[in-house]
Design a protein around this ligand. Structure first.
Ligand code: GLA
Length: 407
């Protein structure tokens, strides 16, 4: 195994049976052997929901499920993509003409996001063509970031195929931006961002700050130089729990409806008429405080650490449900069941409004926990039963992206 250089993507020798199997499939598909393999994992967020884009730290963990791509750079300037899952159709395109169809988020478009991001970053005039065979083990549409893993994996594939290098941080930044080619900003997330941006507007104005330059909640806190707990007191003083109408927001900020729409509201919140600013700000500042507390407990490891961490996860979930309103009846039910059958903490994870939950369960209770949750949640519903096989699993912290090469 090659030694890891901190901050760079590790390279390992091909040794796993899964890679060997992928190699055989690659040879029968493309008639030649892959030159290297790249894997990127999915993720689950332990705590810190809907606060990353407000400028606060979050605590995600890579899971073992991943996207693995076998790659052969080729002389023709064509990218040929195939998937071990026959539900995902083959695709090919010229590397010089990357078109990403936002209206049809098919699997290959996520690959193209990563490809395009790297091409643009290096201004590649003559990018190499590639044959790629993908094998994914992250359940799709489950809130475990299978699409981001695919974008990251494709970014790393393109980087290596074109003989370039970047640090992990640079790669992550490029892939975050390039995923936007598929239009992910256009979803519910976008709405949330603009809700929050408005709160920052209002809070900073009431505290005498230049609100037009202080839209993110984290920026308000930094400029005021106060703690998260003090920010929560400020929210209580400045904002009211009743939803704000657009008229009231305009009046408070001293701007017209036109200015509100053009300067603050995003494309898909133009017609929203009320905003729960108090609730959203309370969620963000209290969740940011919970992340710091979680980290502190992990560092200090007191005797009751597990109980304390579980309690923070539970509080996070209640805040997501009550203040941020990003839960849904199915997630509520699943969290209840998980707590009932021995989880010490359980919460929705990821964007919410669907997706999945994450629970902290003692190892010695794991098997009965999985069995009971399966019976109570999945086996009571035919649609869920079909999902159960790869939707309910135990995971430990997995490792980040990797490149594999032959010895
Ligand atoms: C999605 C986004 C993340 C984060 C979560 C909510 O998964 O991709 O950046 O905002 O929602 O915490």
């Amino acid at each position: 195994m090659a030694a890891d250089v901190p901050g760079t993507i590790p390279v390992q020798l091909v040794e796993q049976p899964r890679l060997q199997k992928l190699k055989e499939m690659f040879i029968s598909k493309f008639g030649s052997a892959p030159k290297f393999y790249v894997r990127a994992p999915g993720r689950v967020n332990l705590i810190g929901e809907h606060i990353d884009y407000c400028g606060y730290a979050v605590l995600p963990m890579a899971i073992e499920q991943d996207i693995l791509i076998a790659v052969e750079p080729v002389k023709t300037q064509v990218v040929q993509l195939a998937n071990t899952n026959s539900l995902y159709l083959d695709f090919s395109t010229s590397v010089n003409n990357i078109q990403i169809n936002k209206t049809k988020p098919q699997w290959h478009n996520y690959f193209l996001c990563g490809l395009k991001g790297i091409q643009e970053h290096f201004g590649l005039n003559n990018p190499t063509g590639m044959n790629c065979l993908l094998d994914g083990t992250i359940p799709p549409s489950s809130g475990l970031s299978s699409s981001s893993a695919l974008v990251c994996c494709a970014g790393l594939v393109t980087l290596r195929a074109n003989g370039k290098t970047l640090s992990k941080v640079e790669l992550a930044e490029i892939c975050t931006k390039s995923e936007r080619y598929i239009g992910t900003e256009g979803g519910g997330m976008d709405q949330s961002i603009s809700f929050l941006a408005e709160e920052g507007a209002l809070l900073s104005k009431s505290k005498g700050l230049d609100w037009e330059k202080t839209l993110r909640l984290h920026d308000v806190q930094t400029k005021l130089g106060v703690s998260l707990e003090e920010m929560l007191t400020i929210v209580e003083e400045v904002l009211h729990p009743e939803p704000y109408s657009t008229e009231e927001i305009c009046k408070c900020l001293g701007i017209s409806l036109e200015e509100l729409r053009s300067q603050i509201l995003s494309q898909n919140t133009q017609d929203v008429s009320t905003f729960k600013l108090y609730q959203r700000a309370k969620h963000v500042y209290s969740e940011a405080a919970r992340v710091l507390e979680f980290k502190k407990i992990c560092n200090e490891a007191p005797a009751n650490a597990i109980q304390l961490l579980g309690e923070l996860m539970n509080q996070s979930y209640i805040s997501c449900r009550e203040m941020y309103e990003c839960s849904c009846p199915e997630l509520d039910r699943l969290v209840d069941i998980c707590l009932q059958f021995g989880a010490i903490g359980s919460r929705l994870t990821g964007a919410g409004w669907g997706g999945c939950t994450v629970s902290m369960v003692p190892t010695d209770k794991l098997n009965t926990f999985l069995k009971n949750v399966k019976e109570a949640y999945y086996q009571t519903n035919i649609q869920r039963l079909a999902l159960e096989n790869n939707s309910l699993f135990a995971t430990k912290p997995g490792r980040g992206a990797l490149v594999f090469v032959e010895a």
